[in-house]
Design a protein around this ligand. Structure first.
Ligand SMILES: Cc1ncc(COP(=O)(O)O)c(C=O)c1O
Length: 344
């Protein structure tokens, strides 16, 4: 069984793949595919290798494991690229698919959650696939663009009387869910959120590191709900013992999409060894550094992680350590903010 298969668990095809046994028709694909087409199992394997999927849900899991890449110019630094998730192009596919599949098995048809970004996009798109209705509560400061995007994707959008997604927003959503008879999926408090990152993102990462013979000393992760920090930290510690975890928060004065100020929501407090605060300007600098040095176009929270690593973590813990970073999404949504910060 190869790595991809073992990570995908019980993965079934609803219909038998069509297997073409005529080698010459596949010559352009490469010799690799020509030799072993002998039966159903080989046919399945080949469809995976060729990235042919019979549904979006199958595609989502087919993209796992997301790549792990060494950022050579930064030293012994490895980054997991979560913008390879197929649905929202972000790490939030992990949480959303776990939540949506779980609640739909419970028979839930209508859900509510608070989100102003990637989670809302992932949740709405996956709910569309499984036939659930979604109401998304967004804080006041959410841009009109995000609101329209969520509507366009099929969500009901409610502007909540809250500045940010915090405890007040959670209470608001509880009441909202009651009033419209929906299920509050509550990404901030649901165990399904860290669990998704333990089961999927974290175990994948541990398996990738083991295969590459890399023993991580330090994990550096962005903090929003804390879901991926908690889940990934647990999986890495389970595999490698003592791994030091640095959480990256936004400074109080700034808004970095996806990241919260350190004291907003402290679900991660038992998993994270220290918090580093990063400004929006430094997050943008981090994005530019990764683009110019490594040829990768990463998002602002990824830039914040790199900035924390370079300006705070490495100078204190040492450049000889093995660092693992998680890049939650890419730069496409933030180009105007990036340009504004970079050129002003
Ligand atoms: C771009 C981005 N970075 C970081 C995060 C934080 O992830 P988590 O909620 O798992 O802490 C999010 C969450 O929405 C995000 O969208």
């Amino acid at each position: 069984m190869n790595t991809t298969q073992s990570l995908q668990g019980s993965y079934t095809y609803s219909s038998r793949p069509k297997i073409d046994k005529e080698p010459s028709r596949h010559a352009l694909v490469g010799d690799h595919y020509l030799s072993s087409v002998t039966g159903e199992e080989d046919g399945r394997k080949r469809l995976r290798e060729l990235r042919v999927y019979e549904s979006t849900l199958e595609l989502l899991r087919g993209m796992w494991p997301t790549p792990l890449v060494k950022l050579r110019s930064f030293g012994e630094v490895w980054a997991k690229l979560e913008f390879f998730n197929a649905v929202s192009r972000s790490i939030k596919d992990r949480t959303a698919v776990r939540i949506i599949e779980t609640v739909s098995k419970m028979g839930v048809k209508k859900i509510v959650d608070a989100t102003s970004g990637n989670f809302g996009i992932a949740l709405t798109l996956l709910a569309n696939l499984l036939g659930l209705k979604v109401t998304v509560a967004i804080p006041r400061r959410t841009s009109r663009e995000v609101e329209l995007l969520l509507r366009l994707l099929g969500a009901e959008v409610v502007r909540a009387p809250c500045e940010v997604n915090d405890h007040v927003m959670v209470s608001y959503c509880k009441k909202l869910a009651e009033s419209i008879e929906a299920f509050f999926t509550n990404q901030f408090e649901s165990e399904l959120n860290p669990e998704a990152h333990y089961m999927y993102t974290g175990r994948e990462l541990a398996e990738q590191l083991r295969a590459a013979n890399v023993r991580p000393d330090v994990l550096v992760v962005a903090l929003g709900t804390g879901g991926h920090a908690v889940g990934i930290a647990r999986a890495l510690r389970e595999s490698f013992g003592d791994v030091y975890v640095v959480g990256v928060a936004s400074s109080r004065l700034d808004y970095i999409p996806g990241i919260k100020p350190g004291d907003t929501y402290r679900k991660w407090r038992d998993s994270v060894n220290e918090i580093v605060e990063v400004s929006l300007r430094d997050a943008a600098r981090g994005v530019i550094e990764v683009a110019r040095r490594e040829g990768l176009l990463v998002g602002l929270s990824s830039g914040a992680v790199v900035s924390a690593l370079e300006r705070h973590v490495k100078p204190r813990l040492g450049a000889d350590k093995v660092y693992v970073l998680v890049f939650p999404d890419d730069a496409q949504k933030y180009l105007s903010v990036l340009c504004e910060v970079a050129f002003s």
